[in-house]
Design a protein around this ligand. Sequence first.
Ligand code: AMP
Length: 221
Amino acid sequence: MKTINIILLGPPGAGKGTAAKMIAKKYSIPQISTGDIFREAVKKQTELGKRVKTIMEKGELVPDELTISLVKERLAQPDTERGYILDGFPRTVKQADELSKFQSIKAVINFNISEEEIIRRLSGRRVCKNCGAIYHITDYPPKKEGICDKCGGELYQRDDDKIEAIKKRLVVYNEQTAPLIDYYREKGLLYDINMSTPPEKITPENSFMQIEEIFKKLDLV
Ligand code: AMP
C-alpha cells in the first residue's frame, strides 16, 4: 500500500496550513498541525494548554520533549495508516532526529518565500472572533471592513500576527528550523516549491499544483 508520509517545511505565513488542508481533503489523510493542537489546548485550558500558552504568545518554541511525545501519540492513531501531512513539525533538528527513529518520511516540501512577503501576509491577516474564518486586508478583504462575510462576527488581528511577534517568529525560524532544510536535503528528501510573488501572485491552488507534481514524480499517488 502506498503511504503519503510528508512534512511541510517553511516559515510562518508561507501557506503550509492552507496547502495541508487541500492535500488532506483530496487524499483523505490527516493534517497534523502541532500549532493547531497547541492552540486548541490553550482554548480549552487543559494542562498542556496552561504549559504552552505564554511560550506561544512570545513566539518561542514549545520544549522538544513535550512536542515529540505529543506527535508520537498522534501518529499512533489508526487514521495515519495511509499517510499524513505534518504541518509545523519538526521544527528543530532534535525533533527531526526523534521522528526518524519511528517514522519513514517520503518527502519534505520546502516552502520558499521572502521575509518581506511573510510580513506582508501575516501583518495583513485578520481572523473572525466568532467563526475563525481568515481574511487578508488586501488579498482577501471582507465585503465590509472589520466584519466577517460568513457570520457577521468581528474581525481581529492575532497577537502573534503583530509586527514584533512576527519578527520574533522569523528569528526563531531562522535559528532553529531553517537548519532542517540542509538536514533533509542531505538525506535526499527535500523538494522545493516557490511561494514568493513576482511575476504573478502564488495562490493556494498554485502551491497545491506544485505539490501534486512532486507527489506524481515520486509515485506517491
Ligand atoms: P504555528 O501555528 O505552526 O505557527 O505554531 C504556533 C506556535 O505553536 C509556535 O509559534 C510555537 O510556539 C508552537 N509550536 C508549533 N509547532 C511546534 C513545534 N513543532 N515545536 C515547538 N513549538 C511548536
